[in-house]
Design a protein around this ligand. Structure first.
Ligand code: PGA
Length: 260
């Protein structure tokens, strides 16, 4: 894992935007895996402002989001379809027909999950997967004890995840209980991952992910088995890493090392 520690959340977001924009610059027909959540909002803001300023076009880019809540149609204000349109798709030159999220209102969610996995394969796989991390170590909605070989399927959300997401809904009772999510195995099959974490609340999960034993109890630890993962952190999210000095020695202020 490449661990980049930046002084501030703003710098970590800008560094992440650079990595994402460089992928699209190098391969204008990239397939990007996208994420939602509070951490990604300032990242998408930065991508929107920089893509215009730097002339990076998303017109040829295909996207696949990690997950969607079961029971919510694409126009529901709490859905990730809605989130993605507002945060990114309506603000860049992307072809909306090339954007994909699982349909939370599909009549047969299991069939929808399997079809989603096939759509990713048909697109040639994911070049860069963007990831956040939950306080409980989830990636996507792969909650603790998710199979490390899992593929896109239905997951039951933990109480902790529902509490963290209730701000987007009227009440906890209205916060969805189930989601369709790419599996850990789906994420491991991508060609590269970029995980962004900011703030002290994420520090314990970040330390487990990078330095803990690989275990389904903390699904993010599966990323230790992926060959091409970049983790971008601010100081607060990096605070509990025991080898922090080593990571900063290799990548001072998030810079690339001589060997990449
Ligand atoms: P957050 O979510 O960015 O809203 O903290 C991250 C996640 O749960 O994966």
């Amino acid at each position: 894992m490449k661990v980049l520690i930046l002084d501030t959340a703003e710098a970590a977001i800008d560094r992440s935007a650079t990595i994402l924009l460089d992928v699209v610059r190098r391969k204008p027909a990239s397939v990007l895996g996208l994420a939602t959540g509070g951490t990604m909002l300032p990242l998408y803001d930065r991508v929107v402002s920089r893509h215009a300023a730097e002339g990076v076009s998303f017109a040829g880019v295909t996207t696949f989001n990690l997950d969607e809540y079961i029971g919510l149609g694409p126009d529901h204000i709490g859905s990730y379809h809605h989130y993605m349109r507002k945060a990114l798709f309506d603000r860049i030159d992307i072809d909306i027909r090339l954007t994909h999220l699982p349909r939370g209102d599909a009549p047969d969610p299991t069939a929808e999950a399997e079809a989603y996995e096939r759509r990713i394969e048909a697109a040639g796989g994911i070049d860069l997967q963007l990831l956040g991390i939950g306080r409980n170590g989830h990636i996507g909605f792969n909650e603790p004890t998710s199979s490390l070989a899992s593929r896109t399927r239905i997951k039951t959300l933990t109480d902790d995840t529902r509490q963290a997401n209730r701000a987007y809904f009227d009440s906890l009772a209205d916060t969805p209980r189930f989601a369709i999510t790419m599996g850990v195995g789906t994420i491991l099959a991508t060609r590269a991952c970029l995980l962004l974490a900011t703030g002290a609340a994420k520090a314990p999960a970040v330390a487990r992910m990078i330095e803990g034993p690989v275990s389904a109890a903390c699904p993010a630890t599966a990323l230790q088995l992926h060959r091409q993962v970049t983790v971008v952190l601010d100081r607060a999210a990096a605070a509990e890493l025991s080898l922090r000095d080593y990571y900063e020695h290799i990548h001072p202020n998030g810079a690339e090392s001589d060997f990449g």
